[in-house]
Design a protein around this ligand. Structure first.
Ligand code: FE2
Length: 361
């Protein structure tokens, strides 16, 4: 078997080929690299029969549609994949054949609802369902992501043979592939936890997709063939949990204050600034918002810090629906050097429960 990773950056594209028949599969191709792939395929005298995307990507535009057009190969994804240009949908348990070798499809949702893991005789392509070592696994807060389903999928992967080498769809820091046995020891997401404990663990890390990621998803749903269909920042660890945060922000310890204390402080002589980090449409939704807030969604906060210039010394209380995003936002602010930052514990849900006043405009 020929097995090569083709990309220079953090997205991983794997070429798998049968030496005898020269038949080849390409897994998770990136649109911008298609010309390079075509050259490699030609140089190695291979026939590309199938492109497989392990899931709908949010961080790069797939080369699947273009390769299908140019080479007439099959473009396959899981049954749940929405892209119309997919020529064959892979159900759970399906076995593709590459020469004489089986490539088995394991349905492993959680990062997205169309994620699959591909099992070959000696290796496993985990997509974004499982990364290497301390990188853990792909985030579950993108559209279609679900922490509980992700836990189920990880249990399925844990049941695979220990000797399989693990090859993920991303590697942001040049960690080297190792066996599933080693990943069971090293990978934090594979440590024994109940489903609820896993959900809680990921809830605290929730960030929500950045705007540009939503555009990339749309481009992939629409089978874009133009690399300019969506703007993509270079090599941001976007599919990693907290991938859109700056380095070091994850380590900041944040203090929480309960809603009654926030209310008292707002009525005092030196009221804190309330920074509501929910999406704008949530401010007029069921939970409404607290009068006088500044609204910057958490996914935009790192690049909009300039808007808080001049008030850095003031106490800032971050607010969201239940506290997860506000916690992340507080970490971003502390990492940027804001000295007095707190999180309102329980978010607007707790504020409303306490019966405190809200505004809708
Ligand atoms: Fe992904």
């Amino acid at each position: 078997m020929i097995f090569t990773q083709l990309n220079p950056g953090s997205c991983r594209t794997y070429l798998i080929a049968d030496e005898k028949s020269r038949e080849a599969f390409l897994v998770d191709p990136v649109l911008e690299q298609v010309q390079d792939y075509l050259k490699t395929i030609e140089q190695q005298k291979l026939t590309l029969t199938q492109v497989i995307d392990t899931h709908t990507h949010a961080d790069h535009i797939s080369g699947g549609a273009t390769l299908k057009d140019q080479l007439g190969c099959e473009y396959t994804m899981h049954t749940n994949a929405p892209a119309r240009c997919v020529t064959f949908h892979l159900p759970d348990g399906f076995e593709c054949r590459l020469g004489n070798m089986p490539v088995k499809v394991l349905f492993t949702p959680g990062h997205t609802r169309d994620s699959v893991t591909l099992i070959l005789p000696d290796l496993v392509l985990t997509g974004d369902v499982l990364f290497l070592d301390d990188a853990g696994a792909g985030r579950t807060d993108l559209p279609g992501g679900d922490a509980g389903e992700h836990w189920d999928s990880l249990q399925r992967i844990l049941g695979l043979p220990d000797h399989l080498m693990v090859y993920p769809a991303h590697e942001y820091r040049n960690r080297q592939p190792s066996t599933l046995k080693q990943q069971k020891q090293r990978n934090p997401n594979l440590q024994p936890r109940s489903k609820q404990a896993y959900r809680d663990y990921l809830e605290g890390l929730k960030l929500g997709p950045a705007e540009w990621m939503k555009d990339v998803l749309k481009a992939n749903y629409a089978c874009a063939r133009d690399p300019r269909a969506a703007w993509i920042p270079v090599d941001v660890p976007a599919c990693e949990v907290k991938g859109t945060l700056g380095q070091g922000a994850n380590d900041q310890l944040v203090a929480g204050i309960p809603p009654d204390q926030v209310k008292r402080a707002l009525e005092g002589d030196n009221p804190p600034l309330l920074l509501d980090v929910r999406d704008p449409e949530e401010l007029t939704g069921e939970l409404r918002h607290i009068e006088g807030i500044i609204n910057i969604p958490v996914t935009e906060l790192a690049r909009r810090l300039g808007e808080l210039e001049g008030i850095q010394a003031r106490e800032i209380v971050t607010v969201c629906k239940s506290g997860g995003r506000a916690h992340t936002a507080a970490q971003v602010l502390m990492q940027a050097g804001f000295p007095k930052v707190h999180v309102m514990v329980g978010g607007m849900t707790a504020w409303k429960q306490a019966g405190y006043p809200t505004a809708s405009q």
